[in-house]
Design a protein around this ligand. Structure first.
Ligand code: PMV
Length: 362
């Protein structure tokens, strides 16, 4: 019996204009455009083993065997989580013949028709960190499945590295498994509108550093799928699409002109708006904890002594994400430590998106 082993990885991303509300839930088409920063070391790693001769897809709760060791933890997946993963593998497989044909990537016909797929996954951020792993894990999974059914690693990697449109086609498939995963295929800045996610070109912003203040790490009481539905019952929903379109336009312009102060203002307005939608839905809910409010209060009152404007946002959770100029990273690390002496703080930097790490015929 012969087979193949591939390992792909993809980072998480943090949105400054948020995906919240679906126009078509069956395909994860968003109500509004969003814009995010792709991260780097907060990522998921997926090992996919193909065994010729039998059939089926299974996920094993073990770390991928990366040469040199695999960072991170193997997540605990519920049975519905495992089903979602398996369904996504089937979804990606189904799309490959047309996609490969279009990009002249050779398909391994024999394996495509009959083989067993074994998956092992890891996240470099702990399950209890409150960082959503679905964006990074679905992006890495989509790439791993695609790479595994190519009969030529060389051709696949060449097209992958040279053709952003192939990455975007993978992002489209990934989106159907997890909406925000479509923004983890390129970087640093990615805009997602309707069914298309693509790089924001010509960023003139100086190097950034990313902090996550882990206010609380319990599982969410309201899932993001539920939040996507409930926010439309808020009286503040009216005009949201127009406002986000306007914010994405201004944010792109601020990124392209290198204006961190404007980026900071837009991200602040947007984070408050998304959380205000949560707070005013029928029925209302909140992800905020006392620590989130402590941080929001501090950042509400900009100080003359700040070296530059911090970009502050929260996802559908209580944790604070703070992006700052890399040159001011030490200053902000000290500030955050003083503000949150008992709290873990993760650090990362902007990245370039999903990549293939390993490919071996066995
Ligand atoms: O991809 P989902 O369905 O988990 O939605 C994620 C939504 C937010 O993280 C709250 C915002 C975003 O744009 O990432």
């Amino acid at each position: 019996m012969s087979g193949l082993r591939v390992i792909a990885e993809a980072p998480s991303n943090i949105a400054l204009v948020k995906y919240m509300g679906k126009k078509d839930a069956s395909r994860n088409i968003p109500e509004n455009p969003s814009l995010s920063l792709t991260l780097s070391s907060l990522k998921s790693i997926v090992e996919l083993i193909l065994r010729d001769g039998s059939q089926g897809v299974s996920w094993i709760p073990q770390l991928p065997s990366l040469p040199g060791g695999c960072p991170g933890e193997s997540p605990q997946l519920s049975s519905s989580g495992i089903q979602k993963v398996i369904k996504h593998v089937e979804r990606v497989k189904l799309r490959l013949p047309v996609l490969f044909n279009e990009w002249k990537i050779p398909l391994h016909q024999q394996r495509f028709e009959k083989c067993q797929i074994i998956l092992k996954t890891a996240n470099t951020f702990p399950q209890a960190s409150g960082i959503a792993s679905s964006a990074s894990s679905f992006a890495a999974l989509t790439l791993a499945v695609g790479a595994a059914f190519s009969s030529s690693r060389k051709v696949f990697e060449e097209v992958w590295s040279k053709e952003p449109e192939l990455r975007r086609a993978f992002a489209q498939i990934s989106r159907e498994g997890s909406g925000s995963s479509c923004r983890s295929f390129e970087g640093p800045w990615v805009e997602w509108n309707e069914d298309r996610a693509q790089l924001v070109s010509d960023s003139a912003l100086d190097q950034l550093a990313h902090f996550v203040v882990l206010i609380k790490t319990d599982p969410k009481k309201v899932s993001s799928s539920e939040a996507h539905l409930r926010i439309k019952t808020s009286p503040l929903w009216t005009g949201r699409v127009q406002r986000t379109q306007d914010r994405v336009m201004r944010l792109k312009s601020a990124i392209q002109r290198g204006r961190i102060d404007e980026v900071s203002d837009i991200a602040w307005d947007e984070a408050w708006e998304m959380h205000s939608l949560f707070h005013t839905s029928q029925k209302p809910f909140t992800y905020w904890e006392p620590g989130s409010i402590h941080g929001l209060k501090y950042f509400s009152e900009p100080s003359e002594s700040w070296p530059s404007a911090p970009i502050v946002t929260l996802d559908a959770g209580p944790n604070l994400h703070v992006l700052v100029l890399k040159k001011d990273q030490e200053y902000w690390r000290a500030q955050l430590k003083e503000l949150f002496p008992q709290t873990s703080i993760l650090e990362d930097s902007p990245g370039k998106g999903a990549s293939l790490q390993f490919w071996e015929e066995q």
